[in-house]
Design a protein around this ligand. Structure first.
Ligand SMILES: *[C@@H]1O[C@H](CO)[C@@H](O)[C@H](O)[C@H]1NC(C)=O
Ligand SMILES: *[C@@H]1O[C@H](CO)[C@@H](O)[C@H](O)[C@H]1NC(C)=O
Ligand SMILES: *[C@@H]1O[C@H](CO)[C@@H](O)[C@H](O)[C@H]1NC(C)=O
Ligand SMILES: *[C@@H]1O[C@H](CO)[C@@H](O)[C@H](O)[C@H]1NC(C)=O
Ligand SMILES: *[C@@H]1O[C@H](CO)[C@@H](O)[C@H](O)[C@H]1NC(C)=O
Ligand SMILES: *[C@@H]1O[C@H](CO)[C@@H](O)[C@H](O)[C@H]1NC(C)=O
Ligand SMILES: *[C@@H]1O[C@H](CO)[C@@H](O)[C@H](O)[C@H]1NC(C)=O
Length: 766
């Protein structure tokens, strides 16, 4: 079905090709008639949208063997602004015929897609209180930027979207405020300047109406679930003072670019069957490109690594038009190769903690006090209560949280201790008359509020201490006290356990994720009917929350430097990111006391907005680089020329992805040695001299030529080579190092990750 020639495919691509083909076949037999597909046709041939739409009707009529009228009826979206294509109801054989049509780049099934504060900005060094001279003030809080968010909608009445003090809407804005259930154009203002909603693709799949009973969902941009409100306010929320969750995390809530404009593209819905559909997501990209956003924040993931999925396609066209696209890396960590949104034109964001925690004292009957983590906001001391743990039940061992589900006999009036995954446990304990829960886990810090019911998380060794107290005491008792907010040292910053990890399974030479940003216990605006809402704000965690932090920062950078390309912005963020926390201590991974975070956990590191605004040197990229990437991924000339509407021929020798001008160096299979080229552009003072310094990966020699780069008024761009040679004797894991260019003021750092391949062909030995 895909327009690849199997003979030119790498083994990996071939496997994906076969898997997706089989998927098509099996689902086809279940439902031969009414499926929906996206027919993607690349860059537009006409600038007039009505001519683009007409070309869709013509091509589909040919395949249906009918009239253009008939074709128009089976099309439910025409993509006509940012690129050309349509979504339509087709049978599988019609879809296969469509894929063979000369103007068609790819036919993509319309599938379901999953949705993946106050303190975070101070942590990132962008506090508005010490307002001396930082990116926030220099960029006037991002007032020139328009940030589009593709998500679950918006709660427009939230204080975070107040437009007080904002100037008129930029005249270049071509968007609209599209109404519907409990939402009309008066809900937009000078902050929320656009809102659109897309549901046709989802309805094609779930084949039942959206349940709008009692505010469960709104057929409009209004956000029922709260995810989109949270991500939007994290990216662009206006300053709102005195925000807290019941006193915890008290401070001023705001987004990364508090004066940037917001446009919401609602594609995700509260339904039992799924969240969002690929046809709707692609339509959001099409309209956002038309409307004139500068940045797109996309906290969504497709799960399966596929070269040109709808997020990759939509963002390619956005990036080619100068729009920076920031995506969540996914929440499938700590397993490696789980990272999503891996295309080289996307900024993919991992999630970290910040230096804020909520310690909650646990006092034992012997007066010993130990610390857990909770969002226990009850103000009444509940005094000493009995401490128990669930009895063994079936295959679940004593004290495991799972045993709670079958043994709830001894909890009444007691605090319950359990080990493992606590999901669902608070409700069981509450229902059985328990007065508190302590659960031992690897410290996730993913503590969630259980209202006034104390749910305290402790590390396994604290859990073990509590258990030995229970076993050694005749009448074990415990007292739980309300949580406090602790900020700053001595807390170290860690990468979230669930943040998806590299390397990319699709193209391991491209380092993903690109950077990390706070995404654990982020307090931001929410829909008031969300179960966790308190006074319009709630804590949420995930790379979905980290992504809009970076989108906000990109808004600031764009406001300050409107001409920076999406690749320049990505380079600035990656090469200046921090690999240590603010006190200079290294960054670890949650739940792993021995493992330092590395490039596959956090890319270049945790974003450092102020340093990113003055990066010194930039690894830039443009359409030629992206096209070379597609050539190296065995995409054919013909399809590529469609993507850009310029004739393009891939070089007869496949270009090496290693030479893609990325701000990082990742070599997944180094034979004996490899030489890689990079080009840097001077974004700093005109006359500058940069000198290379290298941290060698263990057992790998790295040589840079030249070792000095001299820029002046005529020399703005310089290339250099990096030669890597390995002395390893076995195929192991990745060894990590770095290359830094410095002029004494700027430090432009690229992470290096190298894995040695020993035997030319492993299969030759058998
Ligand atoms: C928009 O909604 C508000 C209240 O929700 C209502 O007062 C107003 O008349 C509506 N405006 C339009 C143009 O429908
Ligand atoms: C819609 O949701 C309400 C509230 O949960 C429920 O009572 C009702 O049965 C649902 N309707 C349908 C058609 O599923
Ligand atoms: C802050 O908000 C709380 C309620 O959330 C309120 O009781 C308090 O008076 C507010 N303080 C200020 C200074 O506005
Ligand atoms: C615990 O401390 C309290 C006062 O802080 C004291 O009255 C009590 O005797 C102590 N209990 C034990 C077992 O030491
Ligand atoms: C073990 O715990 C699970 C809950 O995760 C429960 O569904 C299952 O029934 C329990 N097994 C036994 C044998 O009790
Ligand atoms: C807990 O125990 C009660 C009886 O005390 C029983 O009715 C209930 O189903 C139990 N709950 C669970 C979740 O096992
Ligand atoms: C810049 O440097 C290049 C190469 O070193 C040199 O040829 C050129 O004359 C210099 N230009 C100026 C204006 O100094």
């Amino acid at each position: 079905m895909k327009k690849y020639s199997p003979t030119t495919l790498s083994a990996q691509c071939l496997l994906l090709f076969l898997l997706s083909y089989q998927l098509h076949l099996s689902t086809a037999s279940e439902n031969a008639q009414s499926k929906s597909y996206i027919v993607y046709m690349g860059e537009r041939k006409h600038s007039d949208p009505s001519l683009v739409v007409d070309s869709h009707h013509t091509i589909l009529a040919t395949v249906l063997g009918g009239s253009k009228q008939e074709a128009a009826e089976s099309i439910f979206y025409s993509y006509k602004h940012g690129f050309s294509g349509f979504a339509a109801r087709l049978t599988d054989s019609q879809a296969e015929m469509m894929a063979e049509m000369p103007d068609v780049v790819d036919v993509i099934p319309n599938d379901l897609v999953k949705l993946h504060t106050t303190r975070s900005w101070d942590y990132l060094g962008l506090s508005s209180s010490h307002a001396a001279s930082n990116l926030l003030t220099e960029s006037n809080m991002g007032d020139k930027a328009i940030i589009g968010v593709i998500d679950s909608g918006i709660w427009p009445e939230s204080k975070s979207f107040d437009d007080k003090g904002m100037g008129p809407i930029p005249t270049r804005w071509k968007g609209a405020c599209v109404g519907g259930d409990q939402f009309n154009s008066t809900n937009c203002n000078r902050k929320l300047i656009g809102a659109r909603w897309f549901v046709k693709g989802l309805l094609e799949i779930i084949k039942e109406p959206i349940n709008t009973t009692a505010g469960m969902e709104y057929l409009s941009p209004r956000d029922a679930g709260g995810h989109g409100t949270h991500t939007s306010s994290t990216a662009v929320g206006s300053l709102v003072h005195n925000v807290s969750y019941k006193g915890l995390a008290l401070g001023t809530a705001r987004g990364g670019a508090p004066r940037a404009r917001l446009a919401m593209y609602k594609v995700c819905w509260e339904t039992d069957l799924g969240d969002c559909s690929s046809a709707d997501i692609l339509k959001a990209f099409d309209e956002a490109i038309h409307d004139g956003v500068d940045v797109l924040s996309v906290s969504l993931g497709l799960g399966v690594p596929y070269l040109l999925d709808v997020i990759a396609v939509g963002s390619l066209h956005a990036v080619l038009k100068g729009i920076t696209v920031v995506c969540a890396a996914g929440n499938d960590g700590p397993t490696s190769q789980t990272v999503e949104n891996v295309a080289p034109w996307i900024i993919s964001v991992a999630s970290s903690t910040m230096d804020r925690s909520f310690p909650s004292p646990i006092t034992l009957g012997n007066n010993q006090t130990i610390m857990g983590q909770a969002m226990f906001t009850g103000h009444k001391e509940i005094g000493f209560k009995g401490l128990v743990c669930p009895k063994q039940s079936g295959f679940n061992s004593t004290c495991s949280c799972d045993s709670l589900f079958s043994d709830n006999s001894t909890m009444r009036g007691k605090v319950v201790l359990c080990f493992g995954n606590p999901y669902g446990a608070p409700n069981i304990v509450k229902a059985a008359g328990g007065v508190g829960l302590i659960f031992a886990n690897y410290l996730t810090f993913y503590i969630s509020p259980c209202d006034d019911f104390p749910c305290v998380e402790v590390d396994y060794d604290v859990g073990a201490q509590l258990l030995s107290y229970i076993r050694s005491s005749r009448k074990p008792v415990v007292k739980l006290s309300p949580s406090k907010t602790l900020v700053g040292m001595p807390l170290s910053v860690k990468i979230a356990r669930s943040s998806s990890r590299g390397p990319s399974s699709l193209s391991p030479e491209i380092l993903k994720p690109d950077v990390a940003a706070p995404g654990v216990n982020v307090l931001a605006a929410i829909s008031p009917n969300n179960i966790d809402a308190y006074d319009g704000y709630a804590f949420k965690s995930g790379t979905s929350m980290a992504c809009p932090h970076v989108a906000g920062i990109v808004g600031l950078l764009k406001s300050l430097n409107p001409s920076w390309s999406p690749a320049a912005i990505r380079s600035a963020l990656t090469t200046t990111a921090s690999t240590t926390d603010t006190s200079g201590e290294p960054i670890f991974i949650i739940g792993d006391a021995q493992k330092l975070a590395g490039p596959f956990d956090f890319g270049g590191g945790i974003v450092n907005p102020s340093r990113a605004s003055d990066p010194g040197l930039i690894y830039d990229m443009g359409v030629t680089d992206y096209v070379h990437y597609l050539c190296s991924m065995a995409y054919n000339d013909f399809a590529i020329s469609k993507l850009t509407q310029h004739p393009f021929v891939c070089p007869s020798k496949k270009p090496s992805i290693l030479n893609l001008n990325l701000p990082s160096i990742t070599v997944p299979s180094l034979r004996s040695s490899a030489t890689i080229t990079r080009t840097v552009t001077n974004f700093g003072p005109i006359d500058s001299t940069y000198v290379a310094s290298i941290e060698h990966p263990l057992g790998v020699k790295v040589a840079v030529r030249p070792q000095m780069l001299v820029f002046n008024s005529t020399v703005k761009k310089l290339s250099f080579t990096i030669t890597l040679s390995s002395s390893h004797k076995t195929i192991g894991g990745y060894y990590i190092g770095s290359l830094s260019w410095s002029d004494g003021i700027h430090k432009v750092t690229s992470p290096i990750s190298v894995r040695t391949e020993i035997i030319p062909s492993y299969t030759d030995r058998f």
